[in-house]
Design a protein around this ligand. Structure first.
Ligand SMILES: O=c1ccn([C@@H]2O[C@H](COP(=O)(O)OP(=O)(O)O[C@H]3O[C@H](CO)[C@H](O)[C@H](O)[C@H]3O)[C@@H](O)[C@H]2O)c(=O)[nH]1
Length: 326
């Protein structure tokens, strides 16, 4: 139990990362209200013990009644491909929604924000590992909208003394108890490979095997969602009035698409057939984080860095979903 329990609004707390962070906040003794419109989240994702308000981020003013200490903001549209096909949806939901949230926070006197940002704000990296000083040149509207929100938050910190931390996630994976990854449609590598192991797909498509990487497939920095959650609790404690701290969250090591597939083979015992496909548009060859700043400023160190452990937790969660919930 924490010595200073706080009253927190968690937007998007019925989604993958929001539900896991919400569960960690509750376990630490905080009081949590989840605001989620269930457009991509699930009612069962709202962590046990949280209050739940079904609504959009734009409804935050109706919830923030002057009694809240901080907001953790996860609600967003987050599919890269969809953002290319329907950019306006991303500018409305991610930028427009956050603008209204920031207004509501200012008007009700909430002085602390932890924001779910992304590696997609950097675009194609000039070098790896990627530090927070790297050029931000997003290659799709999803990344552009998240970067725009980071700029909006910086302005609030400078003008009105908001205490804010943006956490730039690399490839979030794994599960935490009853809370895990469940997108519809699914586009992320690990849940898709697990669907093959469950017999729900015939094979996994490998998007490109001619990248300049050791085995020709893309390298990504997979970070366990429970490690990610712990960084949010630290960010909440360390946020400082008037400062916008931006920290990358990753393990600092890259795993290839082939290594992920091999790990799923080992964990599940399934042969996992592959089909070679062309490169997916906009995929950088390698995205690996430097999380040095998160260590220095938040005191954060990931502890579940073994890909086998990440895949095993995701597999346990995938198997826990009933047929109708998949
Ligand atoms: O069926 C698939 C799905 C993915 N991949 C490959 O697996 C790797 C990981 O792909 P994901 O879609 O799981 O993850 P991304 O790296 O594309 O996405 C991550 O980075 C994005 C920004 O670049 C967003 O932030 C997104 O939310 C985050 O999960 C990529 O090389 C991709 O090409 C395949 O080979 N086959």
């Amino acid at each position: 139990m924490k010595n200073n329990p706080r009253k927190l609004l968690v937007t998007g707390g019925a989604g993958y990362v929001g539900s896991v962070v919400g569960a960690h906040l509750l376990a630490a003794g905080h009081q949590v209200t989840v605001l989620d419109d269930l457009s991509t989240g699930f009612r069962e994702g709202v962590p046990d013990g949280a209050d739940f308000v079904e609504g959009r981020v734009q409804d935050a003013a109706k919830v923030l009644d002057g009694s809240y200490d901080a907001v953790l903001h996860f609600a967003a549209s987050s599919q890269v491909g969809e953002s290319v096909a329907d950019p306006a949806k991303y500018w409305h939901n991610n930028v427009g929604g956050t603008l209204e949230l920031l207004d509501a926070m200012r008007e009700s006197g909430v002085g602390t924000l932890v924001f779910s940002s992304t590696a997609a704000t950097y675009g194609e990296p000039a070098s790896i590992p990627i530090t927070e000083d790297a050029v931000t040149a997003p290659t799709n509207p999803y990344g552009a909208t998240k970067l725009a929100v980071d700029h909006m938050i910086s302005g609030e910190c400078a003008a009105h003394g908001l205490a804010a931390v943006s956490l730039r996630y690399f490839n979030v994976a794994g599960a935490y108890g009853a809370y895990g990854e469940r997108h519809q449609p699914e586009s992320h590598l690990i849940p898709l490979v697990l669907q093959v192991a469950q017999g729900r797909r015939d094979a996994i498509a490998v998007f490109g095997d001619d990248y300049p990487t050791p085995d020709g497939t893309c390298l990504r920095d997979y970070i366990h969602v429970a490690d990610l959650a712990e960084a949010h609790l630290l960010a909440l404690d360390r946020a400082t009035a008037g400062e916008h701290l931006i920290c990358n969250l990753g393990n600092g090591s890259g795993f290839s698409v082939r290594e992920v597939i091999d790990t799923v083979r080992r964990v599940t015992g399934h042969p996992i057939p592959e089909t070679a496909r062309p490169r997916r548009a906009g995929d950088p060859a390698a995205l690996v984080a430097s999380a040095q700043r998160a260590h220095d400023r938040l005191g954060w160190r990931p502890t579940r860095t073994d890909l086998t452990d990440i895949v095993r937790d995701a597999w346990t969660f995938a198997q826990s979903l009933g047929e109708d919930a998949r």
